[in-house]
Design a protein around this ligand. Sequence first.
Ligand SMILES: [Zn+2]
Length: 183
Amino acid sequence: MPTLTLRIPEIESKGRVEARFALTRAWLDEALAQTELSTPGAGADDEEVGEVRLAAQMAARDVVVQGTVEVSLAAPCARCNEPLVLALAVPFTQLASPRPDRLELPEELELTPEDLDREYYAGDELVLDAMVREALLLEVPMRPVHDEADCDPAVIAALADAEARRPKGALAGLAGLKDKLKS
Ligand SMILES: [Zn+2]
C-alpha cells in the first residue's frame, strides 16, 4: 500500500474519471492484518482477489468519489469457529478535500462529524487505500455465521441440545435459583 491512487489533474481536466483497480492478495492481506479476517484460499501475492470500480469528479476543490468494492473475505464463524467466506460488494461514497496548509488552520480546530468523515488529498494524488479498507471492514457482520447446513454438525447438535435443556419462561430463572438454594 498505497496502490489505489487517482491523479487530481486528470480529474480536473476531464471533469469526471472512471477507474478500475485490481485488489491483489498482498493488498488484502495487508488490509486485513490486525483483524480476525483473512484472504480466502492460497496463492501468489499478485493474484487478483477483488476489485474496486469507481467514478471521481470535482466539486469545486473537492473530489467526490463513488464506487463499489467487491471482494471475498474469510472470517471465523461465530458459531463453530471454522472459516466461512463472505462475498462482499460494498458501495461507498467519499468526499476528499485538499489538505489545508498548517498555516491556514485556525488556532482551535473544531471538528464536526462531517470533517471526520472527510478524506484529504495532498498535492496531485488522492490515495484511496484507507477508505476502501474502512468500507470493507464496516460491511463485515459483527457475528458472521455459516448457513446452518454448512456449520459444523457437532456444534449445531450441541447448541440444539443446550437450547432444549434451557428452562423456558420468565419464571424459569427463579425456579433454577430456588433449586440452587435448596441444594
Ligand atoms: Zn459455522
